[in-house]
Design a protein around this ligand. Structure first.
Ligand SMILES: Nc1ncnc2c1ncn2[C@@H]1O[C@H](COP(=O)(O)OP(=O)(O)OP(=O)(O)O)[C@@H](O)[C@H]1O
Ligand SMILES: [Mg+2]
Length: 298
């Protein structure tokens, strides 16, 4: 049987991006780039979001491709933001099919039909989110269908905040965020969007790494449960609150709080089992109650 420390190491290894996965993402990006560029004026396009920051969990899905449109396309800004998303979807449908391309709140999702088995996808990316943006001084304007307006964002600032948090946490902050998002996925995403967990982690995990992942996780879940009803602003200070979706849905917000409380409780139990020398039971607990099949038993 492996030790808890080894199990976390192996688990974290399984949450890292492999070369083959990155190659698959790159091939998908190239294909989507060609299609989008053929239908609208694009200045540049980059991989962004949590994928770019290394805070994405696995299996890999909704990898963001961020297209900065040319100024010559700025007439879109005078129209309802949904129209640009509908247009972008229309560019992708002929290649991927009507059912594989869906409008999201701020992006268009392309699903590649990869179905995970016990959280494994043979190192294939499941879906991409295509974001279309306009440069706006140092920031960007992107369409938001929920708000019905253009909202500001800045992926570079989010990336810098994550880099800084990671450095201040003895290089353990990003792995912790990947684990926390894994917990969320395994429990059918009670916290929506999962970017909210990363934003909360910027605030909650700020005292430096104490030496044990399990203790950090317990602190995070317990504090996040107590603070999930707060307003969590965009940490770049530009866009709408990252908590606006949960705040608009009290039932989902309650589910999120209960799930976070249960997580804190479960981590506490797993830690107790380990303290009592019941290593096998502790491993099973981490896998079955907290993280799912990517957490190893051996
Ligand atoms: N409320 C917001 N205001 C401004 N920018 C935002 C806001 N919400 C998200 N973003 C930006 O858009 C990016 C993509 O959002 P998305 O919801 O896909 O999250 P993500 O960080 O990619 O997380 P994950 O895919 O792991 O859930 C974020 O990484 C962030 O840079
Ligand atoms: Mg994303």
């Amino acid at each position: 049987m492996i030790s808890l420390e080894e199990a976390f190491k192996k688990f974290l290894g399984r949450l890292e991006l492999t070369d083959r996965e990155q190659k698959d993402v790159s091939a998908r990006h190239t294909a989507i780039r060609e299609i989008v560029r053929a239908g609208i004026g694009v200045d540049r396009d980059i991989l962004s979001g949590s994928y770019k920051r290394f805070t994405k969990t696995k299996p890999l899905k909704d990898v963001d491709i961020f297209f900065v449109l040319k100024a010559s396309e700025s007439a879109w800004l005078q129209r309802p933001p949904e129209e640009l998303l509908v247009h972008t979807r229309g560019l992708l449908v002929p290649s991927y099919g009507e059912h594989a391309v869906a409008l999201g709140r701020r992006s268009v999702r392309v699903d590649f039909g990869v179905r995970p088995l016990l959280d494994e996808t043979d190192e294939k990316v499941i879906s991409n989110d295509v974001v279309v943006a306009f440069a706006d001084c140092d920031n960007y304007l992107i369409p938001d269908r929920t708000i019905g307006d253009w909202v500001r964002t800045n992926p570079e600032i989010h990336a810098q905040l994550a880099t800084d948090a990671h450095a201040a946490y003895n290089q353990r902050w990003k792995p912790l965020v990947r684990m926390i998002k894994k917990w969320n996925d395994y429990h059918d995403r009670p916290v929506k969007p999962s970017f909210l967990l990363e934003v909360m982690a910027l605030d909650i995990l700020n005292r430096g790494f104490g030496g044990h992942y399990s203790l950090e996780l317990q602190t995070f879940f317990a504090t996040a449960a107590a603070r999930i009803t707060e307003t969590w602003e965009d940490p770049a200070g530009l866009g709408p609150p990252v908590s606006d979706r949960l705040a608009s849905d009290p039932i989902q917000q309650l589910k999120a709080r209960q799930a976070l409380e249960a997580a804190a409780e479960n981590v506490s139990t797993a830690r107790r089992l380990a303290r009592e020398g019941r290593n096998g039971d502790a491993l099973k607990y981490w896998r079955e109650e907290i993280f799912g099949p990517l957490f190893p038993l051996s």
